[in-house]
Design a protein around this ligand. Structure first.
Ligand SMILES: Nc1nc2c(ncn2[C@@H]2O[C@H](COP(=O)(O)OP(=O)(O)OP(=O)(O)O)[C@@H](O)[C@H]2O)c(=O)[nH]1
Ligand SMILES: [Mg+2]
Ligand SMILES: [Zn+2]
Length: 325
């Protein structure tokens, strides 16, 4: 270690929680400090509403040893991250978490109902950074025949694409162990709508935490956003899990129409067989993707979802900049 960095108390730290201006960071010795950003940060050339996210590795300079406060002076390059469109500022991104080994999408088919579009958008965001995604359907105890039928269709559809799918009930403690087994030694981001049971799941693994969980508000069937900040927790068997606030929509960032099919694994393997190398798999002749839909090699629901998402992608004028008035 260079002498001057020693005298400045520079240390590497991992961000566990972000609450706006303050970050809770764990030092290599295991102690936590409360850290703030020094100066302005522009990272990866993107404009995000949060320059530093949970899972980021940073360099801190101790400010006050007694109060355990520090300044963040540098951020290390991210291995990957999950980002989405900021729900408040259209042209800004929100980094959900960084440096992940996998994502765990919590979905419920009832109370509240998670749509296939939401699931597919989340999977696309994971695919864009090659982060393996696992889908967990929770609240099996409230599914009637109708919802079980939907589950069966989706399970086969997503498994055929290569995703692991689990059906669990936190309420009845059914299937939960299998999901916990997936977490060992990995950094896992857990995401999904509000009220699907993300915090309930983490409480089951780390009962001493007692995270706040809340009943889904009655008539609307919508969750109430009980968790308000993303936070990472160490798992007893090694690895970490990141709880996040529920999201209503998962707005995709920086994906062009041309690219979209690359993030559908079942399409990605076929695109070289399309006649046109810029095929969008819509009306073009000799399209390998459409052939696969016809031959039932690609599930029609996934193709419909692809077309739906494609239609929502606006081709960019200039990167991340609002249009001029
Ligand atoms: N019936 C049933 N209810 C469940 C199950 N799992 C969780 N719940 C309930 O669902 C409600 C919401 O759970 P939370 O864990 O707070 O949901 P969350 O995903 O963390 O929600 P946000 O923090 O708002 O994003 C709570 O009342 C839980 O007790 C389940 O398997 N079955
Ligand atoms: Mg929660
Ligand atoms: Zn095609």
């Amino acid at each position: 270690m260079p002498i001057n960095s020693f005298s400045l108390h520079l240390m590497q730290a991992l961000i566990y929680k972000s609450t706006g201006n303050w970050y809770s960071a764990k030092l290599e010795d295991g102690n936590f400090v409360q850290a703030r950003i020094k100066g302005k940060f522009k990272i990866d050339g993107i404009t995000s509403t949060n320059p530093i996210a949970v899972g980021d590795i940073v360099e801190v300079e101790m400010e006050n040893e007694l109060e355990q406060t520090a300044m963040i002076i540098e951020i290390y390059e991210r291995r990957n991250y999950i980002n989405r469109k900021s729900p408040h500022q259209k042209y800004q991104h929100q980094i959900v978490a960084a440096n992940l080994d996998q994502t765990l999408l919590f979905a419920t088919i009832r109370e509240p109902r998670t749509s296939q579009g939401f699931i597919d958008r989340f999977l696309i965001a994971s695919e864009a950074y090659h982060i393996p995604a696992v889908i967990v359907f929770n609240k099996a105890d409230v599914y009637r025949k109708k919802e079980m039928d939907v589950y069966e269709v989706w399970k086969h559809m997503y498994e055929a694409v290569g995703y692991k799918v689990f059906l669990i009930s936190m309420e009845k403690n059914e299937g939960v162990r299998n999901v916990i087994d997936e977490l060992k030694g990995k950094v896992t981001l857990i995401s999904g709508h509000s009220g699907v049971g993300k915090s309930t799941f983490i409480n089951a693994i780390l009962p001493q935490l007692q995270l706040r969980t809340e009943e889904v508000s009655g008539w609307s069937g919508k969750g109430m956003h009980t968790t308000t900040f993303a936070e990472m927790y160490d798992l007893p068997g090694g690895g970490q899990i990141i709880d996040t606030p529920g999201v209503k929509e998962f707005g995709l960032v920086d994906i062009s129409k041309q690219e979209l099919s690359h993030y559908f694994p079942e399409m990605r393997v076929l695109i070289n067989d399309c006649q046109f190398n810029n095929c969008l798999h819509l009306e073009e002749p000799d399209c390998a993707v459409k052939d696969a839909v016809r031959n039932e090699k690609i599930h029609p629901l996934r193709y419909i979802s692809y077309c739906g998402i494609l239609a929502t992608i606006e081709e960019k004028r200039s990167p991340s900049k609002p249009p001029r008035r």
